[in-house]
Design a protein. Structure first.
Length: 108
């Protein structure tokens, strides 16, 4: 994981995501999930391309079940876009990069 992607936990989710000053992509994933492994590099590219304007946060659902349950995560990868402390959009699955870029651009 690059230094532009932040790992959040049950304990740090509010600080890292809800209180973030910029739109934040939250990737709910697990190490055993094949599609999650495909999506990881795509989100790192987005973190680089939108540096300073968008934050990318990863939440390991195996290690942080509380935040995953609070968000009703039933399938991974699930990516939420938070802005101003609220969920704006959701994408489930490892879709092409353009889908995530379009989602981010709508909220800048």
């Amino acid at each position: 994981m690059s230094d532009l992607v932040v790992a959040a936990t049950d304990a740090t989710f509010k600080t890292e995501v809800v209180d973030a000053k910029v739109p934040t992509l939250v990737d709910f994933w697990a190490p055993w999930c094949g599609p999650c492994k495909v999506l990881g590099p795509v989100l790192e590219e987005i973190a680089t391309e939108f540096k300073g304007r968008v934050k990318v946060v990863k939440v390991n659902t195996d290690e942080n079940p509380d935040v995953a349950m609070r968000h009703n995560i039933r399938s991974i990868p699930t990516v939420l876009l938070y802005k101003n402390g609220q969920i704006q959009e959701t994408i489930v699955g490892a879709l092409p990069k353009r889908n995530f870029v379009e989602m981010v651009q709508k909220h800048l």
